[in-house]
Design a protein. Structure first.
Length: 235
């Protein structure tokens, strides 16, 4: 075996053994009251969420998230919202992680997350901001750089929306679960909803179309009103 062949084999081996943090992750814990809690994290397009809810009835417990980047084994996050502690908004935290065999271990806590998906198979993987809507056939857009944001983050199988304000540090609400994109149809299965726990278990169907970087989200609201929202990916 010559040196060139050996070098190529080493590079291929490193590539095959490399792990990406992008996608969805989960872990389960039992709290002091004996309730089983599910933790779900989504990392997509440089943004992330981490949410806790009751694994039995879907009761929402907490969520936080923002932007992130990975430098070697050091994960740095800038908090944009935190439903439990608003004083964390704007802060940056860095901690060491280990990625191995579709598992992510937080070194300082010893907690391990299991990977659910790697950004597939759904076609809407990314972090999206509500940017406008059609009303009576008229398109109306908004400034996505304003502090008041509605973000929707999706991996390959998980979704979560969050409404918050980075200036006031206010958290307004969130909901999430699983989704599918098949033949122009976008379907959500709700697993948690901070404003109304009775919505847990509901399945919502919409049409979707990607048009020049815009996600057109079309269907009917929970009240039965026509709905046509426009979302754009965060950069």
């Amino acid at each position: 075996m010559n040196k060139t062949t050996l070098f190529i084999l080493i590079i291929v081996s490193q590539f095959l053994n490399s792990q990406s943090i992008d996608g969805a992750w989960e872990k389960y814990e039992t709290n002091l009251a004996g309730n089983n809690e599910r933790y779900v994290a989504i990392f997509s397009n440089g943004f992330n969420t981490s949410t806790v809810y009751n694994n039995i009835d879907g009761e929402f417990i907490s969520t936080n998230g923002g932007s992130w980047y990975l430098d070697g084994n050091l994960l740095t996050q800038k908090i944009e919202f935190d439903s439990k502690n608003s004083e964390r908004v704007g802060l940056t935290t860095t901690f060491e992680i280990e990625l191995k065999d579709n598992k992510m271990t937080i070194i300082n806590t010893g907690k391990t997350w299991i990977k659910i998906d790697d950004g597939r198979p759904g076609e809407l993987n990314g972090a999206w901001l509500m940017s406008g809507r059609f009303r009576d056939g008229v398109k109306s857009m908004r400034n996505i750089d304003r502090p008041r944001k509605t973000m929707k983050i999706l991996s390959g199988s998980r979704f979560q929306w969050i409404a918050y304000n980075t200036t006031t540090k206010q958290f307004m609400g969130t909901g999430g679960g699983t989704y599918k994109t098949i033949d122009g149809k976008y379907t959500e299965q709700i697993e948690f909803f901070s404003r109304d726990n009775s919505r847990v278990g509901a399945k919502l169907g919409f049409e979707y179309k990607l048009d020049d970087g815009e996600w057109n989200h079309m269907g009917f609201s929970s009240k039965g009103d026509p709905l046509h929202e426009i979302w754009v990916q965060r950069e």
